[in-house]
Design a protein around this ligand. Structure first.
Ligand code: PEP
Ligand code: MN
Length: 447
């Protein structure tokens, strides 16, 4: 852990230990970038963040479901209109599957427009006797195994801001420009393998959506809301210099908001109760989330409730549980019980990815679709038994036909992984696997 230099006002977190911060070699360049970003326009507005808090309050109340998804790590190179659109279409398809099956509104949150920084378990990586700093995401350094690429470069923070702005622009255009209209439900499947089992199943469902829309029209109702979708942007709020630089005061209320994205989460490696990340998050008005791994204690969880949601504001705080398929049934119940007894109205979401990562024989990180599904099933079982609400899923996915996770609709085998293993960090579900997961989760929601 290193200490972050004191440069800002109103930032109590600066005196606290901050895990996973890059060692920027050029501090002068860092200060310049931070000064520029501190004067730059916000990427999102406080009122949009408040709207997401309202949506999350419905989730906490058991009246809505969250679909949060996107890359493990976005990259500057991977930012193309096609890639962003394919991700959005995948999320929309999944959302329509979930809504159609359950009749419950689905809050759509991308892991995008800011997901450029990664925590790492090892600060350095060694290959053939050479040790270099680990790749920490495009916000910090480059993935190539060279001294030059791995040197943390503050200019990348400015590129992160710009790439996030470009992505958000695509998201807003897609969401409001007609592409996300429910009347386009068939179109979202275009370009994907529509003749796959999931593709056909989806086409049938989209036929049902069409019939429902025609029925509504025939009855004289054509709600404008069906023509647009509501997307929110989220990322791990890892780099505190960047987040602080984009923190703005909401003129309506005088409250501070992170304006780098609508929802930020604290990762499993930076959630120390007395550390800088929790202190920074306590000071912003956004809806926020904390990842909970298998080592989480009930005292820690109550500590997060106290510090991050002292007013018990519904929708303010979400817990993203990532225990692993084998452990969620045993580890989650005591946490949920304690939080419920405390009177906090938080949303519970299942991240079935990060507790289920395995290595193949040739050293690739992968995840089995069956483990992912099993963790989601366990998460639903726990909530059903406790009478609480299984509030959503948080997944790493892409709209592309990559081969990074095993099994699922695509029947990807270990020997297929090399074909299109493109992730900059963790293995993602491809388009078919994502749709397959949505159909399975829809069944769990109906049960
Ligand atoms: C992630 O979401 O990519 C991640 C690093 O997760 P976690 O903090 O839960 O390990
Ligand atoms: Mn990840």
């Amino acid at each position: 852990m290193n200490r972050i230099p004191q440069t800002g006002a109103r930032a109590a977190w600066r005196s606290l230990p901050a895990a996973q911060q890059p060692q920027w070699p050029d501090q002068v360049a860092l200060r310049e970038v931070v000064a520029d970003l501190s004067a730059a326009p916000p990427l999102v507005l406080a009122e949009e963040c408040d709207r997401l808090t309202e949506r999350m309050a419905a989730v906490a109340a058991g009246e809505a479901f969250v679909l949060q998804g996107g890359d493990c790590a976005e990259t500057f190179e991977g930012l193309t209109a096609d890639a962003v659109t394919a991700k959005l279409r995948t999320l929309l398809q999944m959302a329509v599957v979930l809504t159609y099956a359950s009749g419950v509104p689905v809050v759509k949150i991308g892991r995008l427009a800011g997901q450029y920084a990664k925590p790492r378990s090892q600060p350095d990586e060694t290959r053939d006797g050479l040790s270099l700093p680990s790749y920490r995401g495009d916000a910090v350094n480059g993935p190539d195994f060279t001294e030059r690429a791995r040197r943390p470069d503050p200019a990348r923070l400015r590129r992160m801001y710009e790439a996030s702005a470009v992505t958000l622009n695509l998201v807003r255009g897609f969401a409001a420009g007609g592409s996300a209209s429910l009347y386009q439900a068939h179109q979202w499947n275009r370009g994907f393998l529509a003749d796959s089992a999931e593709g056909r199943r989806y086409e049938e469902l989209a036929d049902g959506v069409d019939r429902a829309l025609r029925f509504l029209q025939a009855c004289g109702c054509d709600p404008a809301g069906l023509l647009e979708a509501e997307f929110f942007a989220s990322h791990e709020g890892l780099l505190l210099d960047y987040e602080q630089a984009l923190t703005r005061t909401d003129p309506r209320t005088g409250a501070e908001y992170a304006t780098s994205g609508h929802l930020l989460w604290v990762g499993e490696r930076t959630r120390g109760l007395d550390d800088a990340h929790i202190a920074y998050f306590a000071g912003i008005g956004n809806p926020i989330a904390v990842k909970l791994g298998p080592g989480t204690t009930a005292d820690e969880v109550l500590g997060y409730v106290d510090r991050l949601d002292p007013d018990r504001r519904p929708g303010r705080l979400t817990f993203v549980v990532r225990m692993g398929a084998g452990r969620v049934r045993e580890l989650l119940p005591p946490l949920v019980e304690k939080v419920t007894a405390e009177g906090a109205r938080v949303a519970w979401i299942c991240d079935p990815m990060h507790g289920n990562t395995v290595q193949t024989e040739d050293g690739r990180k992968t995840r089995r679709f069956d483990d992912i599904l099993d963790e989601v099933a366990g998460f639903f079982e726990v909530h059903r038994e406790l009478g609480t609400h299984a509030g959503g899923i948080h997944v790493e996915l892409t709209g592309d036909d990559v081969t990074e996770c095993l099994g699922g609709g695509d029947r990807v085998r270990a020997e297929d992984l090399h074909q299109r293993y493109e992730t900059a960090c963790d293995p993602r579900l491809n388009h078919r696997q994502s749709l397959d997961l949505a159909f399975r989760v829809a069944e769990l929601m109906k049960a």
